[in-house]
Design a protein around this ligand. Structure first.
Ligand code: AP5
Ligand code: MG
Length: 216
């Protein structure tokens, strides 16, 4: 039976950071909707072109586009054993679509770790974030600096600051999270799947808690 994990939490809380570590430890593919959109934007695909304006404003990409993209990704052979979902679902419509999709694959959402931190922490993390161009590895200039400024420790590619990490866009992304994504907390709590994790602690401490929740 495949295993599907949904990492829930606001922008900047550390979903991507943790997902990279946990996916490797659990031998699951890391499926990040944000990374998939950025890859499409980089490759100038039709999907990337339709998503870019929404992302730059800090708004959500429409559900139909997002659900179609995730359906394609989860249908690939490397997801046969499940996946670690990061940034999807982000609306109730997406969560319901995911339930139907996983049922088609003979699976369901098994765990929903919900990572939390104060808004001020989110803003501070996003404004100091540096992302790797090749594979989306993330660093922080203060909390998790690369060994050499501007260069990814893991694959040597260039680090950049995301366009949507500008102060005004960050504020909008956090607002959008509270209005459109926060209803998923109740959605998954009602299904007995949600476990809250304090994301305001060091990266390795959060990882240890996640591994406990996921049964090592
Ligand atoms: P997406 O890329 O998913 O962005 P996000 O949800 O805003 O989350 P982030 O990637 O900003 O934060 P994160 O939680 O991954 O934190 P990270 O690990 O990087 O989405 C971007 C956009 O795409 C959306 O705004 C939307 O437009 C669109 N989109 C995506 N999915 C969609 C969907 N399903 N539906 C519709 N639209 C969608 O960490 C942040 C920083 O903190 C880093 O610098 C890191 O080094 C540092 N850090 C991490 N953990 C710690 C720690 N414990 N202590 C100290 N520093 C830490
Ligand atoms: Mg991320």
């Amino acid at each position: 039976m495949p295993v599907y994990i949904v990492l829930l939490g606001p922008p900047g809380v550390g979903k991507g950071t943790q997902a990279k570590i946990i996916a490797e430890r659990k031998s699951l593919p890391h499926v990040s909707s944000g990374d998939l959109f950025r890859e499409n934007i980089k490759n100038e695909t039709a999907l990337g072109k339709s998503a870019q304006a929404f992302i730059n404003k800090g708004e959500l990409v429409p559900d139909d586009v997002t659900i179609g993209m995730i359906r394609d990704r989860l249908s690939r052979p490397d997801c046969a054993g499940g996946a670690l979902l990061d940034g999807f679902p982000r609306t109730t419509v997406q969560a319901e679509a995911l339930e139907r999709l996983l049922a088609e694959f003979g699976g369901k959402v098994n765990y929903v770790p919900f990572i939390t931190a104060a808004d001020s922490t989110l803003v501070e993390r996003l404004s100091g974030r540096w992302t790797c161009k090749a594979q989306g590895h993330v660093f922080h200039e203060k909390h998790n600096p690369p060994q050499k400024a501007g260069v990814c420790d893991l694959d040597g590619s260039e680090l950049y600051q995301r366009d949507d990490d500008k102060a005004e866009t960050v504020v909008r992304r956090i607002q959008v999270y509270f209005t459109q994504t926060a209803p998923l907390i109740a959605f998954y709590r009602e299904r007995g799947l949600l476990t809250e994790i304090d994301g305001a602690r060091p990266i390795d401490v959060v990882t240890a808690d996640l591994l406990t929740v996921l049964g090592k």
